[in-house]
Design a protein around this ligand. Structure first.
Ligand SMILES: Cc1cc2nc3c(=O)[nH]c(=O)nc-3n(C[C@H](O)[C@H](O)[C@H](O)COP(=O)(O)OP(=O)(O)OC[C@H]3O[C@@H](n4cnc5c(N)ncnc54)[C@H](O)[C@@H]3O)c2cc1C
Length: 287
């Protein structure tokens, strides 16, 4: 399959990209790595008349510290996340998650911005961003605004991003040193999207959970922030009975589709299994 025809634009700055998207209106789409958008165009699930390529746009790449946050440019590839020493020391869950996305070929070109802006509930990074309490920086013709990842996802391929806006950066508050983390993903084979997956970020104090944030992948139309499940664990020593209650609370908010990855009830149970494993691994890693 080849995509339908389209005009190709290659702006050099955020201002130029935003102006081009505003000028072209609904017929235009931004393109980053193209590894979600081009397959959709080949399947005729998307048919933009214009592609505005963000590859040459200055300032959209790289990982840096800004105060208490790590700021990652939207065009930073998944491969670059894996290689970042700053992320390895401050946000190791991003490396762990990147390594279970697709395969090296996809990760060389697929970007963090494309992964979180896409709105596909099968993408792995959004649930991690929910657990981390990330914020997305968006720029459009009205200027810049910030939207919490926890408020960004509204339906499958439907987000808070307005037409003509581009995502420029992802801003993540650095979790305390010694935090526990884990991303557990069940997939049918290497390179597959998740049957179900769970992200956990937690902190411990004197053997008890001081904070716990949980995100779930591909078990609803959007990534899920399992807030009640995380709250249930606070104050516990992650004993089996409390973990069971928290897992039940997380399973209760899922609404997966039955598809070639399994029936809905199975995928819900697998979300619970992934969460149980992620909690155990995060606990073992927490100082
Ligand atoms: C074989 C294969 C397997 C894969 N497996 C996985 C997997 O297991 N897990 C996973 O998470 N992903 C998987 N992916 C998807 C891959 O990670 C994509 O690269 C990624 O989701 C999208 O990033 P991209 O840079 O390619 O975005 P693109 O495909 O270029 O764009 C995706 C969407 O986001 C929009 N967009 C992109 N960047 C911006 C921006 N800065 N501002 C505004 N809008 C923007 C585009 O308009 C488009 O709608 C797989 C892809 C392939 C081809």
């Amino acid at each position: 399959m080849i995509p339908g025809s389209f005009a190709y634009h290659r702006p050099k700055s955020v201002a130029e990209a935003v102006a081009k998207l505003a000028e072209l209106g609904e017929d235009a789409r931004a393109i980053a790595g193209g590894h979600s958008l081009i397959p959709m165009m080949k399947l005729r699930l998307a048919a933009p008349d214009h592609l505005v390529d963000l590859k040459d746009v200055a300032g959209l790449k790289g990982v840096r510290t800004e105060g208490a946050d790590i700021v990652i440019g939207a065009m930073t590839t998944q491969h670059e996340l894996i290689g970042s020493e700053l992320l390895a020391s401050k946000l190791p869950i991003l490396r762990e998650t990147s390594l279970v996305i697709a395969d090296p070929q996809v990760r060389y070109v697929g970007t963090l911005g494309g992964n979180v802006a896409n709105g596909d509930p099968g993408n792995d990074m959004p649930a991690v961003m929910l657990a981390l309490g990330a914020t997305y920086q968006l720029t459009g013709k009205k200027g810049e605004r910030r939207v919490a990842a926890r408020e960004f996802y509204q339906g499958a391929y439907f987000t808070a991003m307005e037409a003509g806006e581009i995502l420029t950066a992802i801003r993540i508050p650095v979790p305390p040193a010694g935090h526990g983390y884990a991303y557990e993903k069940l997939k049918r084979k290497i390179g597959d999207y998740a049957t179900a997956a769970a992200a956990v970020i937690l902190t411990m104090n004197a053997g008890k959970v001081a904070s716990c944030a949980i995100g779930l992948t591909n078990v609803a139309e959007t990534p899920l922030f399992a807030e009640a499940a995380g709250k249930l664990l606070v104050g516990s020593g992650l004993d089996a009975a409390t973990v069971k209650k928290a897992v039940a609370a997380a399973e209760a908010i899922t609404a997966p589709a039955s598809d070639n990855r399994g029936p809905a009830a199975y995928r819900t149970k697998m979300a619970g299994v992934m969460l149980t494993r992620a909690l155990a691994r995060a606990r073992a890693r927490a100082a």
